[in-house]
Design a protein around this ligand. Structure first.
Ligand SMILES: C[S@@+](CC[C@H](N)C(=O)[O-])C[C@H]1O[C@@H](n2cnc3c(N)ncnc32)[C@H](O)[C@@H]1O
Length: 290
């Protein structure tokens, strides 16, 4: 695979639901759908890397109009086989450059989909593509792992993270190219299956810069979908970017204080936002570390 090529999910489509079974648990899906439904409000949502509809289908069931983009025809065919899966408009293409119809209140990329963009150029292009499609005050939500470099010692580049009777998974880091390949092996009655997913790992701060380049700002960052704090031991984050305006933070007191373009007194779309006299402000201000 060349450095500029995305991983194809076609080979894993037939057993994706099975291999990612833990990600379909109600306890995993419900908090994701709760937050996304809240952020979408009465607007339209777009999922980047919609896959087999793990999140899109329950979000539609909540009454949100959802469309999707995915590079894998096979993954989307698997969604089409599910109840309601034929009703969603999906563009087959690269989500760094493809777009959906109409203006959107929410774009989201969950389960590490942004990592699958293989280069910084593509990741930057993706933010710009999203910003172009979002309505003012719209949200871009990313769920992405925090690179686990503290778990690899100098001179080593392998981090195993699943070893059990069903098989094993390990990450292979290329710290010079800032790339990561995740290798998965499953052992079952049909023999052994494997899948390698590749991409460019990216730090939260670099995502924030990409958002800034695209005219968006970080509105909230959590350690999980229920608003868990983002700390030094957080392994995966949920970051919410907004096309709204950012109010200057109180120097030395808070890291940031987001004010969207929502009218005072109106309903604030993010659970982390509360109505103030100047609009919607973050209720989850964080103290500066310096
Ligand atoms: C880990 S799966 C996640 C699927 C689904 N979002 C979920 O949460 O179950 C990543 C999905 O993103 C798609 N994908 C990866 N890179 C892509 C790209 N550059 N453009 C469009 N789709 C892409 C893959 O085909 C795959 O369906």
């Amino acid at each position: 695979m060349s450095d500029d090529e995305s991983t194809s999910f076609d080979p894993v489509a037939d057993f994706y639901n099975e291999s990612a079974a833990h990600m379909y648990a109600e306890s995993v899906v419900t908090p994701v759908v709760d937050l996304l439904a809240e952020l979408a409000g009465s607007g339209r949502a777009l999922e980047l890397g919609i896959g087999t509809g793990r999140i899109a289908l329950p979000l539609v069931a909540r009454g949100v109009l959802v469309s999707g983009i995915d590079a894998s025809q096979r993954m989307v065919e698997k969604m089409r086989e599910k109840s309601g899966g034929n009703d969603l408009p999906v563009v087959i293409g690269d989500f760094a450059t493809s777009s959906a119809e109409g203006e959107l209140s929410l774009v989201y990329a969950v389960f590490n989909a942004i990592w699958n963009l293989p280069t910084q150029e593509k990741q930057v292009a993706c933010f710009q593509n999203v910003a172009r499609q979002l309505e003012p005050g719209g949200y871009f939500v990313i769920e992405l792992f925090v690179p686990d470099l503290l778990n690899i010692s100098p001179g080593h580049n392998i981090h195993p993270f699943r070893v059990d009777s069903s098989g094993m998974s390990f990450d292979l880091y290329d710290v010079v190219g800032q790339r990561l390949t995740s290798h998965h092996f499953w052992i079952g009655i049909q023999g052994m299956r494997s899948f390698a997913s590749e991409g460019r790992y990216v730090w939260p701060a670099e995502l924030d810069l990409m958002a800034q380049l695209a005219g968006m700002r970080l509105s909230d960052r959590w350690g999980g979908w229920k608003g868990e704090p983002f700390t030094e031991s957080t392994r995966s984050h949920v970051s919410v970017y907004s096309t709204g305006a950012v109010a200057p933070s109180k120097k030395g007191e808070y890291a940031w204080n987001i004010v969207t373009s929502a009218a005072p007194g109106s309903r604030c779309p993010s659970p982390g936002l509360a109505a103030t006299t100047s609009g919607c402000a973050s209720t989850r201000s964080r103290r500066r570390s310096s």
